[in-house]
Design a protein around this ligand. Structure first.
Ligand code: CA
Length: 239
């Protein structure tokens, strides 16, 4: 995969910013940096980056404000970077439209892995309209028929499991929060429904087990939500 995507690094901490810049440079990514929210907004409008790495605590504004502004016109992948370990900050950022998060301190490998997921998401975005069939490694969803298949065999899903699967598939690469999923699937919900969601997800994950793949399709983010991952196998087939 070439690293032609343009990345915007928004970070006021010089040490973290330099580490990210060095990592991106070493990997051949094009990148620009912003030290404040104001600089970030100028960069976004003038240079239109493909992916943004965004620190949540900036000197002039909260990173979440930037997410809300940018989501008004752009679907670019946003990876939030936060020193704060509280899950509520990450959940708030994800609900505002961020795709993923990294908690400081993070390793270079972690940063690069998250970038690869974001790049796959960027390249997977359909140019126009939604495709009728979803393919991800051995998983296949035929939206028109309302059926899902694993290695060619139909998976027997309850209506809710199927809706959950489609929601995750349509947001492949993006971490979906419990609240977001509950709202999309059930409309009305209470905090206690997270327990039911967990049960449905456990059933769905079990039905998606292939036995051979070591990486599950659905990643669990404890205290936050779930994400459908694009399998490496599947990406080789895409032109
Ligand atoms: Ca900061």
């Amino acid at each position: 995969m070439n690293n032609k995507a343009a990345i915007l690094v928004v970070e006021d901490d010089a040490a973290v910013r330099n580490l990210m810049a060095l990592t991106l440079e070493t990997q051949g990514y094009q990148y620009r940096v912003a030290r404040t929210g104001g600089e970030a907004l100028i960069e976004i409008t003038t240079h239109q980056p493909d992916i943004m790495l965004l620190d949540l605590g900036l000197p002039d504004m909260e990173g979440i404000e930037i997410i809300r502004k940018v989501r008004g016109w752009s679907a670019m992948p946003i990876i939030v970077i936060s020193a704060r370990s509280e899950d509520s900050d990450k959940v708030e950022a994800l609900d505002a439209g961020a795709d993923d998060y990294l908690t400081k301190p993070f390793s270079v490998d972690e940063l690069l892995a998250r970038l690869r997921v974001a790049l796959r998401r960027l390249h997977a975005q359909p140019a126009g309209g939604e495709s009728a069939v979803y393919e991800n490694g051995s998983l296949r969803i035929d939206y028109a028929a309302g059926c899902a298949y694993l290695n060619g065999s139909e998976i027997h899903l309850t209506p809710i499991e199927y809706k959950l699967l489609c929601l995750l598939a349509k947001n492949t690469g993006k971490v979906l929060t419990h609240n977001y999923i509950l709202k999309e699937i059930w409309g009305n919900y209470t905090a206690s429904d997270v327990g039911s969601l967990r049960v449905f997800m456990a059933m769905l994950r079990k039905k998606l087990q292939t036995g051979s793949d070591d990486q599950p399709f659905i990643q669990t983010h404890i205290g936050i939500g779930y994400r459908m991952l694009k399998t490496e196998k599947g990406t080789e087939d895409t032109p």
